[in-house]
Design a protein around this ligand. Structure first.
Ligand SMILES: [Fe+2]
Ligand SMILES: [Fe+2]
Length: 322
């Protein structure tokens, strides 16, 4: 590519981003844009499938058939979100094998929230309400992300996430209105999940390495602190209707700002969990590697089956291949 052509491609990319058009897989894009998207989409995909673990922990102990069916559907949805996102990442020229290998060898991360344990049944509710709620707050603006395949995957993911959030809320409401022990269990779960949920939005804006460039590229539409504030403002009235309190003595409405003020986040804890020192980091990745190894025969069988059909279609065009 000559220098003149490269400049023309770059100008076309910049113009498309400025005009809020979507960048599609075959369009020219800067290498750093591609690398940023691969990193973000891979981390997102990894979070979806690792996030299945803490909740799957309660499937066999769900208190009723109804609750079990709902939880199974939710955990399956998360597997589906992983699928959409790995597929979307593959449009950038990377392979799913490569991304999974990076997850299994610790070269790519997943959301730190999933390194916390689910100690009681109420944690399933707190995860749905707070963790899926925070995920929606993060992901709704991603439906307008400049990269087409990521934006389109997010539309479907967000619809399913809002069901997840509501099932968590409804579960906590049932516990909160139940016996004093059930109410206490719901409160304890919210006490443990509140602060880690706020950390899901990432470091404060002035300490966030990738934020400014991602916003310029319209991958991100709002800063970490803006989204965190939006989430707090949404949760406060919901906690009131649930009859539960949020574990922050500094939480109060600020008339002047038109937002809730909230207490300082313990970023030391965040960085420790990120470094691998959270309560469940080791367990999550060990389980993920084991599931991958034990699933090898399924992948091989699926590949052999697809290959057989591909060959059959080539030799007998138009024939049914069922
Ligand atoms: Fe999800
Ligand atoms: Fe979810």
């Amino acid at each position: 590519m000559t220098a003149v052509t490269a400049d023309a491609y770059e100008a076309a990319f910049d113009a498309a981003v400025a005009a809020d058009e979507r960048i599609e897989p075959r369009d020219w894009m800067p290498d750093a844009y591609r690398a940023t998207l691969v990193r973000q989409m891979a981390q997102h995909a990894h979070s979806e499938i690792i996030g299945m673990q803490p909740e799957a922990n309660w499937i066999t102990r769900a208190p009723s058939l109804r609750r079990k069916a709902i939880l199974m559907a939710k955990v399956q949805d998360e597997a589906g979100h992983g699928l959409y996102l790995y597929s979307a990442a593959e449009t950038l020229g990377t392979s799913r094998d490569e991304l999974l290998d990076k997850l299994h060898t610790g070269r790519q991360k997943y959301s730190s929230i999933f390194n916390y344990p689910t100690l009681t049944w109420a944690d399933v509710g707190a995860i749905g309400w707070l963790v899926d709620g925070a995920a929606i707050t993060n992901q709704v603006p991603l439906c307008r992300c400049s990269y087409g395949p990521y934006a389109r995957a997010m539309v479907r993911v967000c619809k399913e996430e809002s069901f997840h959030q509501r099932q968590g809320y409804e579960l906590l409401l049932a516990l909160s209105r139940g016996t004093p022990e059930q109410h206490a269990m719901a409160q304890d779960a919210v006490d443990r999940w509140w602060w880690p949920s706020l950390m899901m939005f990432g470091p404060p804006d002035d300490a966030s390495a990738h934020s400014a460039q991602s916003m310029a590229w319209k991958i991100k539409r709002h800063s970490n602190d803006e989204l965190r504030q939006r989430f707090v403002d949404i949760c406060v009235p919901q906690a009131e209707s649930l009859g539960l309190t949020l574990p922050d003595p500094d939480l109060r409405w600020n008339e002047e700002r038109g937002h809730h003020d909230f207490g300082a986040i313990d970023w030391t804890e965040f960085h420790e969990v990120l470094k691998g020192n959270g309560p469940c980091n080791e367990q999550r990745i060990t389980q993920r590697r084991r599931a991958h190894e034990e699933g090898a025969w399924v992948r091989e069988a699926a590949a052999a089956y697809a290959e057989k059909h591909r060959t059959a279609q080539h030799t007998e065009p138009g024939e049914a291949t069922a």
